[in-house]
Design a protein around this ligand. Structure first.
Ligand code: CUO
Length: 667
């Protein structure tokens, strides 16, 4: 058993040698902490205990990187716990939580550790702030905790329909979505020991994971009658989209600031955070990166020329744009993506005259709630596409799988009368706030939230193999809207950027006619709802059992409930795209994936290489070859397109009982 939340039981003067509690609600466990000689951790106290923590702030990032290095360097588990217990008691809780979580995910001896979702430790980052006053009231009421009624969070609490952008707030504010993004950045820290920063194709995955966020967001916008998000290319133009998060903080001394509509970005000069950055610097870095893309050459720190090659180029660009500590030349190309987050996050108080904190754009745990996140990331995304547009389109030979032809495909949603329809609806679920409150209630206190969901479904794909011998195929499934904002069929050059990955898996093609069947729950993109919210499940298997092993939390993965966009009440027209490539060419030889090997598409594989040799986003990462104007003209025999609809029913399905956390597992 690994302590996930470390709570020192005794007072802080006793420091080490005391007892640590790992708390899972009622199931508290005591773990002895050894007396050890601690390394010098005083650097970590530079971040005030009550301050918000941001990975985008260079000072915070460096301190976190150092702390991670120390946690990873502890010789054995006991020493690691002892060191972590000290850090938990002495330093900023967000800093501690981040560094400890990254260490748990990367230490060999904590491979099986359970990492609780951040929504459990810090529920104030995920639910309407007004809930906590009610929670306090509930806690003070003398009733049996089992009889408590969940506090219902209204579906629309952050804005009204007067604000157009609010139409997609249900998606931006989805708890599982934000947890996925937080977890992605835990798996891929941009500062720390090189071996955990410089993972296999990390820069490329930064591009792809965020490209898919933008593609999915635009898809969702189409479902709600909105246009594609506009990239924030001009840093001096007012930002039309405002955002008022309604999040209170139980830990820090300030609540999350809002950003009014039409705010203008300004140069930052904030002594408190040691931040001095001009808009002009962002512009200079932007222009230098575009120049590198157009010339195909990067100038390294040592002054050498480095080509942006066909397959490695995107990875190098990722390190350069994000920017990670492995950027080939940070002084010259700067820290564009991270600093952009900060300049936007401080737009309401750039010189600290109001002593205000950064807004949620500065926190990877919650910044996907804010519309401006997508404007910024569309800009970042387009830089990668600009590079991809310089590459030769894939030839028919590169796309085809000779002898393999897809003859037909069908999707069946559970309980649906007709094939080829996805069905979406609202679902309610309860989350227990009690473990993350700043007081100790007796028993659980549930908040009930509403999220999008869809009926589970399955694919049936008919394949013909006319080649001699056995073949192994890699099935790639994507989906995109059929029409643009005006209802006009999308051109290939636009539709490819809206393609969202739904699944990818190997198959054996041993006979002439093969029927492939696959459930939505098997998707290589998602993790199940229960895993996103592990501790919401009261039926969680007993600790230490083999059953629990299977239930292990590996929280990086797109939330299953958002696998399918919302669609429309009339039935939105979409196109399902299926392709089979030669698995013997795409396969990466490595040991089979372990517990966390499911949601690999956006998260990669823990401790292993990305399990697909093709460029991420293939075959839609490049422009179409000559003559390809639309999806049908792009197809080779090993591809297939099926027109489908996504039908949304405006009905809320409840969790089914008071204080009972049940899951309508979505696929
Ligand atoms: Cu994930 Cu900007 O990289 O928030």
């Amino acid at each position: 058993m690994f302590p996930v939340c470390l709570f020192l039981q005794t007072d802080r003067q006793k420091q080490l040698g005391t007892t640590v509690i790992s708390r899972f609600g009622e199931k508290a466990e005591r773990i002895s902490v050894r007396n050890i000689n601690l390394p010098d951790l005083s650097f970590a106290s530079r971040i005030n205990k009550r301050a918000q923590f941001s990975l985008f702030l260079p000072e915070h990032r460096q301190i976190a990187g150092k702390l991670i290095q120390i946690f990873l360097g502890m010789r054995n588990l006991e020493d690691f716990w002892s060191c972590a217990a000290y850090a938990r008691n002495h330093f900023n809780p967000f800093l501690f939580n981040y560094a400890y979580s990254v260490a748990l995910l990367h230490r060999e001896d904590t491979r099986e550790a359970h990492l609780p979702p951040l929504s459990e430790s810090f529920p104030d980052k995920y639910v309407d702030g007004s809930v906590f006053a009610e929670a306090r009231e509930e806690a003070n009421t003398v009733i049996d905790p089992q009889q408590r009624v969940p506090i219902v969070i209204p579906k629309d609490y952050s804005a009204s329909d007067l604000e157009e952008e609010h139409k997609v707030a249900y998606w931006r504010e989805d708890i599982g979505l934000n947890l996925h993004h937080w977890h992605w950045h835990l798996v891929y820290p941009f500062e720390g020991p090189t071996e955990i920063v410089n993972k296999d194709r990390r820069g490329e995955l930064f591009f792809y994971a965020h490209q898919q966020i933008i593609a999915r967001y635009n898809f969702e916008r189409f479902c709600n009658g909105l246009q594609r998000v506009k990239r924030l290319l001009n840093f001096r133009e007012p930002i039309v989209e405002g955002y008022f998060p309604k999040l209170d903080s139980l830990v820090s001394s300030r609540n999350w600031p809002a950003r009014p509509s039409n705010i203008q970005l300004s140069d930052l000069n904030r002594e408190t955070e040691g931040m001095k950055i001009d808009i002009q610097s962002l512009e200079r870095w932007r222009d230098r990166i575009y120049e590198a893309i157009h010339s195909g050459v990067i100038i390294t720190l040592g002054g050498q020329r480095m080509n942006l090659t066909e397959f490695e180029g995107v990875n190098t660009l990722g390190a350069l744009i994000e920017a990670t500590s492995t950027s080939p030349n940070r002084p010259f190309y700067g820290d564009l993506h991270n600093m952009g987050h900060l300049v936007i996050a401080f737009a309401h108080d750039p010189d600290n005259r109001h002593l205000e904190n950064f807004a949620i754009m500065g926190d990877t745990a919650i910044n996907m709630r804010d519309p401006v996140f997508y404007r910024w990331h569309s800009f970042v995304d387009d830089m990668f596409h600009e590079h991809k547009r310089t590459l030769q389109p894939y030839t028919v030979q590169q796309l085809d799988f000779p002898g393999i032809q897809i003859k037909g495909a069908e999707v069946n949603s559970d309980g649906a009368r007709r094939p080829n329809e996805f069905h979406t609806y609202w679902q309610q679920n309860d989350m227990d706030l009690s473990r993350g409150l700043d007081f100790s209630p007796r028993g659980p206190i549930f908040a009930r939230f509403t999220h999008l969901n869809h009926r589970p479904f399955s694919y049936r794909i008919q394949v013909e193999n006319t080649a001699a011998g056995q073949r192994e195929g890699y099935v790639r499934i994507f989906m995109a809207p059929k029409n643009d904002e005006r209802g006009v069929p999308l051109q290939f050059r636009d539709q490819r950027l809206l393609m969202i990955e739904l699944d990818k898996f190997p198959v054996k093609l041993n006979q002439r006619n093969v029927l492939i069947q696959r459930r939505s729950s098997e998707s290589s993109v998602t993790i199940p709802f229960e895993r996103t919210f592990r501790n919401l499940d009261q039926n969680r298997p007993q600790a230490g059992t083999a059953e629990e092993e299977r239930f292990n939390f590996c929280g990086c993965g797109w939330p299953q409930n958002l696998l399918i966009p919302k669609g429309t009440a009339q039935g939105m027209e979409v196109q399902l795209f299926i392709m089979i490539t030669d698995y013997t060419k795409d396969k990466v030889d490595q040991p089979p994936a372990g517990q966390c090997g499911k949601a690999t598409a956006y998260c990669g594989l823990r401790g292993q290489r990305y399990p697909d040799k093709k460029p991420m986003g293939f075959p839609f990462d490049r422009l179409g070859r000559q003559g390809v104007n639309n999806l049908p003209s792009f197809l080779t025999k090993n591809m297939f397109v099926k027109d489908m609809t996504i039908r949304f029913v405006d009905r809320v399905e409840g969790p089914g009982g008071r204080n009972v956390t049940t899951f309508q597992a979505s696929g």
